[in-house]
Write a protein that binds this ligand. Structure first.
Ligand code: HEC
Ligand code: HEC
Ligand code: HEC
Length: 441
């Protein structure tokens, strides 16, 4: 009782103002003519920030908003950032735009929800933010009103905002670390800023704020997707990956170690596949060389009983060996290995439950003829069987991860069953009832 009302009180105090008034115009500002190379630079930077994906509804007009973003507190819809003067940001000055990107405060002074990754975008330099604005000024204006957000009532009332920003928001542009190389600094600038990798790959604390102390140790995205760690850990990080393998994954969505399946597939499709070699190499270099990155010891996991292990193994031999092989090694770049896989061993089993229940169809980046795909087993295996087969893969071949129980599988199944609810996940293009991607019609 006490903790519940405390939670509500805190939730109330961190509730952020609605954006209803955000698009209401004050004084008109006319954008000055822009050099075309600044526009091109802005278009590239907008790719890195994945602006178009988040700000475009499935089958909607580019940048006109309306995509549902699932957060810890409920669904938030992205908003219209086309240069439409009435419903978009057509009347915004460069300063208005910089303020939103840098502080999360909209033109009318209301606070934006951190589903807009301003806690990362604050690191972006003024020159880069101006270039993004110059690019956005050139996209087709769309007259489209913003959708009301679906949040619990406490979160919609929010006058007293101290909370969230005071607790979790570190305002300020990226500062070069003089002790590091130019390549390292470029990688750090992108990963911690515009590319906002930590928005998904760093754990959230219980108020939905990012735990910077555990940077890149693994987090979550949308509904029930686990984002593995990006640190030196071999078990649940990229410690066993070379820099070249990280680059290959970000360019194509797959490598000999893993294959993107959910929200990351969208990130690759809409953002990282377009990055220059220099930028991808800088990202990989930074991830492989973070000074405070230390290996964690593996978790103490409950022992898997011999009966459950045998049951899981039998299910694995029946359903999975055809592609992933009896030894779990798969076939490089065709069937990802389950042996030594971070996707399998991440404490949070969200991604693996998701993939086995619903299957997966990786979108293909433009450099590949087709993406990979795996059939779903939700129709065939019940919750107990899925838990057993996953526990087998999480304990066979030297793998180690906490046990998955049937209740957890049931909870994911309930949430990802096809329905018209919008709160699916940020990677809605990869959900079975979402439109199929262009490579796998
Ligand atoms: C993860 C999804 C996501 C990404 C990526 C994203 N945005 Fe947004 N953005 C949102 C959401 C959601 C809102 C609305 C927040 C709210 O309602 O408080 C928003 C709000 C905004 C606003 C405020 C508009 C207003 O009327 O107040 C601007 C400006 C904006 N985004 C620009 C960008 C740019 C530029 C990029 C790329 C560099 C970007 N966004 C990337 C989700 C995203
Ligand atoms: C919208 C959330 C999101 C963002 C932003 C994001 N990722 Fe991911 N990433 C995920 C999820 C979820 C997975 C695992 C499941 C999947 O394939 O979707 C993943 C998987 C990965 C993997 C594979 C890990 C493994 O062991 O299989 C790598 C590497 C990776 N991401 C790197 C990055 C980098 C680098 C960035 C920034 C440039 C980034 N991600 C941005 C959500 C995200
Ligand atoms: C018909 C071939 C096929 C079968 C059968 C199959 N898989 Fe897969 N599996 C794939 C492919 C292809 C991918 C990559 C899909 C993607 O990236 O979207 C994959 C991905 C995965 C992943 C995610 C790996 C990663 O690196 O992100 C897991 C976990 C997994 N499979 C487990 C299983 C289990 C458990 C079974 C049996 C119940 C199974 N698979 C059966 C082909 C198959």
């Amino acid at each position: 009782m006490y903790s519940r009302s405390l939670t509500l009180a805190i939730a109330g105090s961190i509730a952020w103002a609605l954006l209803a008034g955000a698009a209401v115009a004050a004084a008109a500002v006319v954008a000055p003519g822009k050099e075309s190379n600044e526009v091109a630079r802005g278009a590239y930077l907008a790719r890195i920030g994945d602006c178009e994906f988040c700000h475009t509804a499935p089958n909607g007009k580019p940048f006109a908003g309306g995509r549902a973003i699932a957060t810890a507190f409920g669904v938030i819809y992205s908003i219209n950032i086309t240069p439409d003067r009435d419903t978009g940001i057509g009347q915004w000055s460069e300063q208005d735009f910089y303020k939103a990107m840098h502080t999360g405060i909209s033109r009318d002074g209301s606070h934006l929800y951190p589903a807009f990754p301003y806690p990362w975008f604050t690191k972006v330099t003024r020159a880069d933010v101006d270039a993004i604005k110059a690019y956005l000024d050139t996209v087709t204006p769309v007259a489209q009103d913003d959708k009301p957000n679906r949040l619990p009532w406490v979160l919609r009332w929010r006058e007293e905002l101290f909370g969230w920003n005071a607790l979790f928001f570190d305002e300020g542009e990226y500062k070069n670390d003089a002790a590091q190389s130019a390549q390292w600094n470029r990688g750090a600038y992108l990963v911690q800023g515009l590319a906002h990798c930590g928005a998904c790959h760093t754990p959230d604390n219980w108020l939905g704020g990012t735990k910077h102390s555990d940077a890149f140790e693994g987090g979550s995205a949308g509904l029930h997707w686990a984002a593995p760690g990006l640190g030196v850990n071999i078990r649940d990080g990229v410690g066993g990956w070379s820099a070249a393998q990280i680059v290959e994954y970000l360019r194509t969505g797959a490598n000999a170690k893993s294959a993107s399946a959910g929200p990351m597939s969208d990130v690759v499709m809409n953002s990282t596949q377009y990055l220059s070699d220099a930028d991808l190499n800088a990202i990989a270099f930074f991830l492989k060389n973070r000074p405070n990155d230390r290996a964690k010891s593996p978790p103490k996991t409950a022992a898997l009983g011999t009966e459950a292990l045998a049951h899981g193994q039998a299910l694995y031999l029946d359903n999975c060996t055809g592609c992933h092989n009896p030894d779990g090694r798969g076939v490089p770049k065709v069937f990802p290995p389950l042996t030594g896989s971070a996707a399998i061993q991440t404490d949070n089993p969200g991604t693996v439950i998701h993939v086995v229940l619903a299957g997966s169809k990786m979108a293909a980046p433009s450099s590949l003829p087709t993406g990979l795909s795996m059939p779903g087993f939700g129709w065939k295996l019940d919750d107990r069987e899925i838990a057993d087969v996953l526990n087998y893969t999480r304990h066979a071949w030297g793998n180690r991860a906490p046990l998955v129980d049937a209740e957890t599988v049931a909870a994911v199944r309930k949430d990802i069953e096809p329905s018209d609810r919008p709160s699916r996940d940020s990677g809605s293009t990869t959900h079975p009832d979402a439109p199929v991607n262009r490579a796998n019609p």
